[in-house]
Design a protein around this ligand. Structure first.
Ligand code: GLC
Length: 425
């Protein structure tokens, strides 16, 4: 592929807008939650006013292009939510009183505490810590943030990998961060229906799920198999995080077993999720581990792992990433392959992850492509991402055919484009 590279004028314009968003989404103050100080970037002032777990990790990476001290602050604030048993919630509600609408049943969140949720999100934080260390060489910061980060990975192994196969499970769709992805439709009892019916049906199904978990301990929740997904994206991020932890632990003189655990998760992805015939990875649903064969970007995500077999990486890229009937659309990578009946690029369902393109996905795959020798494909992906944002703004997601911006405005992790622009330099 002869990639032409990012247009410098567009990069300047998009970069400036991303910096504006990172500055204007910053939230600082003292919380009613034990008088703790908060200082973080919220995903969107109008739509998402709290601190979200994987969003914050992405914000920390984007902030490296603004001020590494802000990146550190982002993770420090997040780690104030780390619990003694290792659990870290997917949302910290620092300024809860300012957004009471979030506590209405419609929002489908389950609280473990007045100020945090009972659920998790993908552990991008280890990768963020690694990037901060690479950018600053600050070993003292690693010594500060590594222990709660590692405890969270240990919590995941203990509570969410109770079958010990190296793959951790999520127990409700939001835990992957891919809330309404059609790959969960069958498990959530959502059948094909008019687009306007999808969201109400999902909400009803979430309420049923929440009722099912009422009164159970965290250890018990995965055991009842109400919604159990060994999600390929979540596990690729988990394995990548373990890889990063191994590097960080070695850098500050700690000797831990993360490298072996990372390898174990990759081996399990290969033995349980890889489909040699189709050339993609599938999530495993339920304790019977049935393959959920809905083609979403998740199926490509092990590309982010440097140790992925080169032949497997080539198949993912050549047969799927670059396939114009699936993922290589004018503004890739769509969250659902264009070949799926559920593909909803125009956002008719008015809910998330059912077709549009998200910048955090492009960012992860950008680095995955580079590390597997597809620098030209990565460059083209970065170029189209910048062009998409020049057209659509710094939005939550985009129509992969037209680059029209959709969802929340001024959306935090879409500022990851700063990292891709810097890398393409
Ligand atoms: C939506 C996304 C989720 C994200 C949150 C805040 O719920 O699906 O992944 O963390 O918004 O941006």
């Amino acid at each position: 592929m002869a990639a032409t590279g990012i247009d410098p004028g567009l990069a300047r314009r998009v970069g400036a807008e991303a910096r504006r968003v990172l500055a204007s989404n910053r939230r600082t103050g003292v919380s009613e939650w034990d008088g703790m100080r908060f200082d973080f970037v919220c995903p969107s002032p109008t739509h998402y006013p709290f601190q979200w777990f994987w969003d914050s990790a992405f914000h920390a990476i984007a902030l490296l292009q603004v001020d590494p001290e802000l990146s550190k602050q982002e993770l420090r604030c997040l780690m104030q939510g780390a619990q003694p048993d290792g659990f870290i919630a997917h949302m910290l509600l620092w300024e809860k009183h300012r957004s009471p609408e979030w506590l209405m049943p419609d929002y489908s969140i389950r609280l473990a505490h007045p100020f945090y949720t009972a659920t998790i999100q993908p552990p991008v934080v280890a990768r963020a810590l690694e990037r901060i260390f690479d950018a600053t060489g600050d070993a003292a910061f690693v010594r500060e943030i590594l222990p709660p980060t590692a405890r969270f990975f240990d919590w995941l192994a203990r509570v969410r990998d109770q079958d010990g196969d190296g793959l951790v499970a999520i127990i409700q769709p939001d835990e992957s961060g891919l809330d309404a992805s059609p790959k969960y439709d069958a498990a959530m009892g959502i059948s094909s229906q008019p687009p306007t019916e999808t969201l109400p049906a999902l909400r009803r199904s979430m309420q049923r799920l929440f009722r099912g978990y009422e009164g159970l301990s965290r250890e018990r929740e995965p055991q009842i198999d109400l919604f159990l997904f060994e999600d390929v994206m979540f596990n690729a991020i988990y394995a990548d995080g373990l890889r990063a932890l191994a590097r960080l632990a070695a850098a500050v003189g700690l000797d831990e077993d993360y490298a072996r655990r990372s390898r174990g998760t990759l081996d399990a992805l290969m033995s349980k999720c890889w489909d040699e015939e189709r050339g993609v990875f599938w999530d495993l649903a339920g304790s019977r581990e049935e393959r959920a064969k809905v083609l979403t970007f998740t199926s490509l995500f092990p590309l982010i792992l440097p140790d992925l077999d080169a032949r497997v990486a080539r198949r993912l890229v050549n047969d799927h990433v670059l396939n114009e009937q699936e993922f290589w659309l004018p503004y890739p990578i769509p969250s659902v392959a264009a070949s799926e009946p559920s593909f909803d690029p125009a956002w008719l369902t008015q809910t998330t992850w059912r077709g549009p393109t998200w910048v955090c996905v492009n960012w992860y795959l950008y680095w995955g492509l580079r590390q597997h020798g597809f620098a030209d494909v990565a460059r083209e992906l970065a170029r189209r991402t910048v062009a998409m944002q020049a057209h659509g703004g710094i939005r939550e997601f985009y129509d992969p055919r037209t680059a029209t911006g959709q969802g929340a405005t001024s959306f935090g992790w879409s500022c990851l484009v700063l990292d891709m622009i810097a890398a393409e330099g």
